[in-house]
Design a protein around this ligand. Structure first.
Ligand SMILES: NC(=O)c1ccc[n+]([C@@H]2O[C@H](COP(=O)([O-])OP(=O)(O)OC[C@H]3O[C@@H](n4cnc5c(N)ncnc54)[C@H](O)[C@@H]3O)[C@@H](O)[C@H]2O)c1
Length: 267
């Protein structure tokens, strides 16, 4: 018999849409949501890697619909939500995970970098919140999870625009939570610390997939030293925080920032 605790975290018969699902945190969250029982629409601009996530989910016996799209394109985001509704009659969980990082010192940031970061990290999440929020409000409930970053809590050189977009995500989340709460829609942010994904691996894996182990060990130890729990995160560590927010275990939680970050930022 299912325990009360297992039931609270159970996503059986729920429908989740996850962007950025071809890699890292989005991939881990899609697979964990599927393990918890959800059917999933996975989206990413990278089609080949998305197919790999889809086949992992199929192996778990869940239904999965991969959609190759760009979150910075409003009509493609609306079409994504339309696909989910058409296929599954509605959506229960929307995880806006897709994001990009471009580092530069503030005085050197080009307008192209500024626009690119805002387009994906800020407008992409906005479009996802709007399209999913409408569908969920109409249906009377749902959970939206937006991915920000510990960078929004810790000002540092080189990441000013990235951090700015992530702070905007947290504020967008809070505003929307006030508007959609009465319709039963919860909206929360997850702000991960430094996590071992494609976004961070580019510091030690080159374009041909060759890994520089010395560079990796040096970055891991530098990052880990700053963290009270003494390590960097794995994608699954972030996915478990997302599972909590996706599930009924967090039914009284909205407008919040959850920080799986090893303690690196404690605002
Ligand atoms: N890895 C970290 O240390 C870390 C820390 C804090 C926050 N984050 C955030 O977590 C989220 C996931 O990043 P990750 O670390 O898994 O990186 P990742 O690079 O492994 O995955 C990001 C995915 O998003 C997809 N994507 C990028 N732009 C897109 C677009 N315009 N449309 C559709 N898909 C797009 C990429 O193709 C990729 O599959 C991002 O929002 C990132 O900012 C990551």
């Amino acid at each position: 018999m299912q325990t009360e605790i297992a039931k609270a975290f159970d996503l059986a018969d729920r429908v989740a849409v996850v962007t950025g699902a071809a890699s890292g945190i989005g991939r881990a969250a899609s697979i964990l949501f599927a393990k918890a029982g959800a059917n999933i629409v996975i989206a990413d601009r990278s089609g080949d890697a998305l197919s790999e996530t889809a086949s992992e989910i199929s192996k778990l016996g869940r239904q999965v619909v991969p959609v190759v799209m760009d979150v910075s394109n409003r009509s493609e985001v609306e079409a994504l939500i339309g696909t989910a509704i058409e296929r599954f009659q509605g959506i229960d969980i929307m995880a806006n995970v897709a994001g990009i990082m471009r580092g530069a010192m503030f005085l050197d940031v080009t307008e192209e970098d500024l626009d690119a970061l805002i387009a994906v990290n800020q407008k992409g999440v906005f479009f996802g919140c709007q399209a999913a929020g409408r569908a969920m409000a109409e249906r009377g409930g749902g959970s939206i999870i937006n991915i920000a970053s510990a960078g929004m809590d810790s000002p540092a050189p080189n990441i000013s625009v990235y951090a700015m977009t992530k702070a905007a995500v947290a504020m967008m989340t809070r505003s929307l939570a006030t508007e959609l709460g009465p319709q039963g829609v919860r909206v929360n942010t997850v702000a991960p610390g430094f996590t071992d994904t494609g976004m961070t691996q580019r510091h030690w894996i080159d374009g041909d997939g060759k890994e520089n182990l010395e560079a990796r060990d040096s970055i891991w130890s530098q990052m880990s030293e700053r963290v009270p729990l003494g390590s960097i995160g794995q994608p699954e560590d972030i996915a478990f925080a997302m599972l909590y927010l996706a599930s009924d275990a967090s039914r009284f939680v909205t407008g919040q920032v959850l920080r799986p970050n090893g303690g690196v930022a404690m605002p």
